[in-house]
Structure formats: C-alpha cells, structure tokens
Write a protein that binds this ligand. Structure first.
Ligand SMILES: [Zn+2]
Length: 366
C-alpha cells in the first residue's frame, strides 16, 4: 500500500511554546519540514527520537536535540506507516519499544512542553517559578498528596480518638470552615499523641496538631487561632508552594500533569520538607492576617490568637519540645500587628459550650 508522503504537523522550536504549522514531506533520508515563510529544513531519521505514537489514536512526536529540544507533532499515527514505507533502513529505530517508565516521562514532558512554565523550569529553575507552578497543580492531586503526607507524619504514632476531644476539635473546625465560601478542601484535623508543641498543615486540608500544642492552649479560642492560621496556609497554598520549592523536577512534572502514580515517594519528600523547613516571613504575615479575619467572620474571639502566640513566645526557643516556636517566632512586630487588627468596638462572639472544661478536654486522648 502506498501511504502519502505529505503530512501536516506542528513544530515547536524548543524556545517558544507557540507552535508553527508545517507541512512535512516524508523522504528517503528524513522528514523535510516546510515552514509558512517558505523556508524548509530536513530532519534526518537517524537524529530523531520518537517520543510518542506507539498506540492507535496517539499523536506522533519526534524530538531532536537534548532536554526540551525541537519537537514535531503529527496528529494520528499513520505517518509512521509512510515513514517505514519510504524511509528505508534508517527508520528501524522508530519501532524499538522503550521501557514504560522512560516512555511515560517523555510523554508527560512532551505533553507539558507546550506550557510556558515547563520551559521556564529548564531556564530559570524551580524555586523562581514555584508560585506559578503551585497555581497550576490540580487540587485533586494536592488532596491525594495530603492524604499520603498525613499517613507519613503519623506513621508509628498514636492518634487521639477520644470522642469528647474529637467533638470539641471538630466543633471549632466546623465553626471556622462554615464561614468560608466555596471551600476547595474538606478540612480535617488529626491530633497526634505526642508531647511536642507543634501543628502543621499538610496539602489538601489535612491539619496535624500534636497534643503538646493542644494542651498549651488555654481556651477553644486560642486553639481556633492556631487552626485559623494553619487553614490559611492551606487556602493560600503556602503548603504546596513550600513543597514545590524544595522537591525534585520529577515531582513537579508529576504534579503539573496530575499523574498520581508513585505518589508515595513524593509524599515522603513532602513530609520531610514540611517538618524541616519554614514558611517565609511574608507567608506567615498573610496567614496571621487572613487567619485573624477568618476568626472574625466565624464570630470567634480573635484575641485567642494573640494570647496564644504571646504565650508561645515566652518559651525557650532552643527547647526541642516547642517546635512550633521555631517556625512561628513571637516577634513584637507580629503581636503588635495582630493587636492593630482588633475591632475598636466590643463585639459579641460565639461560645463553645462543651460538656467538660477545656483544660480537661485537652488531656483526653485515648
Ligand atoms: Zn504559620
């Protein structure tokens, strides 16, 4: 059967994400590309890699060069038949199957090559682009990562399941989340049975509170202050941003493409990042400010946030137990700023009428 020698395709020069529409002639030695400005060039078969188009329905991709080089995309796999018919012995390598892993990598990379962000990663690196990369990550992917991070952080530890404790924690969480419009996450709080004074937000709305911190809060309002602050780290995507900044290229590519396979390996990296690194000072200020607003719109007295952070600041910074202090130092600026946000007139706030005293509830765990 004679297959046509003229095909239409899109050419990417490896610099710009904008394709050029080209006509492709299949010749004995290579593919001749005809550009809209009437120039042409020949890609010899021996210098091409086929990175996609081994299955029916897939578009065919050829690449030339290293990294994100020049790419040629042809819709449908039939051009391969033409190449084998007209191209001779130089075209045999287009049939060699690659390992699935390599193929997945190049397929995802090639699919993403049309997104300017991915060019940017190669040119400027991940840290500078962490913001737009974070914004492009699908929420569903973030939620799945969060589940794994939560499992990673709680692995080998007891989680508090006392019904009175859970009821109290959930009442406060619900009071906060009910006042948020169009909540993108189903927030969950897990209390870890550990004397460490710490709390952290995993991606996707999974908040982890260590019992030591809970016991350090003097009232539901103080605990609500910490939760409001952590909720804002998630909603403002500080958590994802911190992880993106400090993880590998493979993680970022998987995150952008929504590919969830191998998520467990990323979760380990992500959990380590969250437990060892701090947010920027700007991110902390934002979480304070917007957490404070969240308390107000939830009719929870925001003074609890101020008193808790002030109390935390009186602990010894070097003490390993007070881990939350190392990531959330009480500075005079921080407290002064929070105090300046207090409303000038007295306001009525909600009460949390629990069956037991707060100081007792926080000691319950089993
Ligand atoms: Zn924070």
């Amino acid at each position: 059967m004679a297959y046509p020698t003229e095909w239409k395709g899109s050419y990417y020069d490896g610099q710009s994400p904008v394709p050029q529409h080209v006509t492709i002639s299949v010749t004995a030695v290579g593919l001749r590309l005809h550009f809209p400005d009437h120039t042409h060039t020949t890609w010899n078969y021996h210098e091409l890699r086929q990175t996609q188009g081994r299955y029916s329905g897939e578009e065919v991709r050829f690449e030339r060069g290293t990294g994100i080089g020049e790419t040629l995309v042809i819709p449908g796999p039939n051009i391969l038949l033409a190449i084998h018919e007209h191209g001779g012995s130089e075209t045999k390598h287009f049939h060699h199957p690659r390992t699935r892993r390599t193929r997945m990598y190049w397929t995802v990379l090639a699919a993403l090559a049309s997104i300017p962000i991915v060019y940017g990663i190669f040119i400027w690196g991940i840290p500078l682009l962490a913001q737009p990369i974070t914004a492009a990550i699908p929420i569903s992917w973030e939620i799945q990562l969060g589940q794994f991070v939560q499992q990673e952080v709680t692995a080998g530890k007891q989680v508090c399941q006392n019904p009175k404790l859970i009821h109290a924690v959930e009442s406060i969480l619900t009071a906060l989340t009910n006042s948020i419009n169009r909540l993108p996450y189903q927030f969950q709080v897990t209390v870890v049975d550990s004397p460490v004074v710490n709390a952290m937000a995993a991606p996707g709305g999974y908040i982890l509170v260590f019992r030591g911190l809970l016991q350090d809060t003097a009232s539901p309002e103080e605990f609500a202050g910490v939760l409001a602050h952590e909720i804002q780290h998630v909603l403002l995507r500080h958590t994802m941003h911190l992880i993106v900044r400090h993880v590998s290229m493979a993680f970022v590519i998987a995150a952008l493409s929504g590919d969830a396979s191998g998520m467990v390996a990323y979760a380990l990296q992500a959990a380590q990042t969250l437990q060892t690194l701090s947010y920027s000072r700007d991110a902390e200020d934002q979480a304070d400010e917007q957490g404070f607003q969240l308390l107000q719109q939830s009719k929870i007295n925001p003074e609890g946030m101020i008193t808790f952070f002030a109390k935390l600041g009186k602990e010894q910074p070097g003490n390993a137990v007070f881990r939350y202090l190392s990531t959330h130092p009480e500075t005079q600026d921080r407290l002064a700023h929070l105090k300046s946000l207090l409303p000038p007139v007295s306001t009525t706030y909600r009460a949390f009428p629990f069956e037991s005293e707060w100081s007792d509830i926080t000691t319950y765990c089993k």
